[in-house]
Ligand binder design. Structure first.
Ligand code: AMP
Length: 545
């Protein structure tokens, strides 16, 4: 497939808003693709280059990208940034800039989809001292060979935001329709492989290939998630239930096969090097091949430390030993997904728990099973007294459904309305906050797009603002006066008093009195609140008497 055909397809999809029409267009585009093209095409459509679990990342920041465009378009980097600020969309601005280049450049052969992918792959593999210079050379060449429209999508792919509205759900349905297979089968295979690119290949072979997918060590699966709920509801739905403390740490998935161990974060990043102490504790606790699900906690002098400490350790790449002395980490394991070659996802929770207790020595999160409301409520009170966030109540017969936020696991915590939102922009601070970002523009997601719902400027300590600044300063993709736009990536949990309808934000809603609760860099942007959920919350709002 020529990359220009891919780009035209993206442009067409970008111009329509109906989900069914998008699915239809994509379902017709995929059957003719070759086996090599299919997975690349599918991932690109979702704005991704590699599977989520892959350690490969293109690793091109906005700065390098703008420098490459400036060179090819014969402009200064500042002019590129000005154009992006003027247009308000990096992809379209780059398309404009490349049109001026076109008149002067010589004829070059058309870019091919796989060729673009191979260049991205090469970028991801470049290491060593000359990294930046070598990367710059590769992207300059890409933009030099690209037609303007191709430039729009190359830039957006490298910035990690395609903005055409093809989320996982739409792509899943398009694969099912394109190859005439059941969407549930596609979804199930997706849960196990965690890569719709590969799932598309299996769908092309047929339903049996989709059915015969298993999980395997060193290929993390998405974590099962929980909804908010009440103990009463869970008991009336399920009778006897399992309850565990809801730890205020960070989720991990530990994989072990023979002597080899890796550990993954909730975003499925390999964090083995940042958490050698957790790896050591878990590998010493079992002789089996396993995939374990749990929560990593930070402790000092026997007391658990706030969540922020845990995240610092997850982020840490250097000086681990020095840092480890200050923050000790311990694992609390609550699930077993794989044991000695066997996938356990389709076993009920009580069976997985029995096996877990036979498989590892220690480190298991305590669990109570009970059908008695008073007993579970008293467990909840104990959890809060001990400083945990609350409890998790789980249906004993629940299967492990990766990536699903269902009603089989329910979190019970004191009522504060909070949501997780993407940080898409900021305003420079003033006074004590000068030189730092002072307020942040937050967005929810809607079919692969990020739609603003409010700004948050309160709830930050000075230390937190400094930490956020160092985290976000290299993600700025545009400036306009006092405002900046970020390449999306960071997620904030914010509290709020109320949701209102509002014409001021593209979502159509605005949060009243938003307050920063914490940085959720264990969460990725595709896990944030959806517009549908915001609407739901709006509908359920308590109207003043
Ligand atoms: P939330 O992040 O608010 O959606 O809550 C779900 C998170 O709670 C999970 O992703 C885990 O990181 C965390 N968690 C803490 N304790 C448990 C537990 N016992 N079982 C499952 N998840 C837990």
């Amino acid at each position: 497939m020529d990359f220009i055909d891919f780009s035209r397809l993206c442009e067409r999809i970008e111009g329509i808003s109906g989900r069914l029409e998008m699915i239809d267009i994509v379902s017709r585009a995929i059957p003719p693709l070759s086996e090599e093209e299919l997975p690349v095409f599918v991932r690109f459509l979702m704005g991704r280059i590699f599977p989520d679990w892959s350690p490969l990342k293109a690793g091109i920041g906005p700065n390098l990208l703008f420098e490459a465009v400036a060179y090819v378009a014969g402009k200064k980097k500042g002019e590129v940034i000005d154009e992006i600020n003027r247009v308000g969309d990096a992809g379209i601005a780059i398309e404009h800039l490349l049109s001026s280049k076109e008149q002067t450049s010589f004829f070059s052969s058309p870019l091919d989809l796989l060729e673009v992918f191979r260049d991205f792959e090469y970028l991801a593999r470049i290491e060593g001292t000359r990294t930046q210079r070598e990367k710059l050379k590769v992207i300059r060449k890409l933009f030099a060979d690209a037609q303007p429209l191709e430039g729009r999508y190359i830039a957006r792919l490298l910035l990690g935001e395609l903005r055409i509205g093809m989320g996982e759900g739409n792509v899943r349905d398009a694969i099912a329709k394109g190859f005439g297979v059941d969407a549930d089968l596609v979804e199930h295979a997706h849960q196990l492989t965690n890569d719709l690119g590969e799932v598309a290949l299996l769908a092309k072979i047929g339903p049996d290939a989709l059915r015969n997918v298993f999980i395997e060590p060193f290929r993390p699966v998405k974590m099962m998630l929980a909804q908010q709920g009440t103990i009463e509801e869970m008991m009336s739905d399920h009778g006897k239930i399992a309850a565990e403390f809801k730890y205020d740490g960070s989720r991990f998935q530990f994989h072990k096969k023979g002597d080899k161990c890796r550990i993954y974060s909730r975003k499925l990043e390999d964090v083995t090097n940042a958490l050698p102490d957790i790896v050591q504790q878990l590998s010493g606790a079992t002789d089996h091949d396993v995939i374990l699900d749990g929560e990593a906690l930070a402790v000092r002098d026997g007391r658990t430390l706030p969540f922020q400490y845990v995240l610092r350790r997850f982020r840490r790449k250097h000086d681990i030993d020095a840092h480890m002395e200050q923050i000790e980490m311990i694992p609390m394991v609550f699930d077993l997904l794989y044991l000695d070659g066997k996938t356990l996802l389709d076993e009920p929770l009580h069976a997985r728990r029995t096996l877990l207790e036979k498989t590892i020595r220690g480190h298991i999160a305590p669990q109570v099973t009970s059908g008695d409301l008073d007993a579970v409520e008293s467990f909840y009170r104990t959890a809060l007294e001990k400083g945990h966030e609350g409890i998790m109540v789980k249906a004993l017969d629940s299967l492990y459904t990766p990536g699903v936020r269902g009603r089989q696991w329910v979190k019970i915590k004191p009522a504060v309305d909070t949501m997780d939102l993407a940080v898409v922009g900021a305003e420079w601070g003033e006074g004590r906050r000068a030189g730092l970002f002072g307020s942040f523009l937050l967005a929810c997601q809607y079919q692969g797009e990020l739609l603003p719902v409010g700004k948050v400027a309160t709830g930050f300590s000075d230390e937190m603002l400094a930490e956020i600044y160092s985290l976000l300063k290299d993600s700025v993709i545009a400036h306009s006066g006092k405002e900046v736009t970020f390449e999306p990536g960071a997620v904030f949990e914010v509290g709020y008093a109320e949701i209102q309808k509002s014409p001021n934000y593209r979502s159509g809603f605005a949060l009243r009195f938003p307050r920063f609760i914490r940085l959720r860099d264990d969460k990725s942007v595709d896990e944030i609140e959806t517009l549908e959920q915001v609407k739901e919350r709006f509908k359920k709002r308590i109207t003043p008497a």
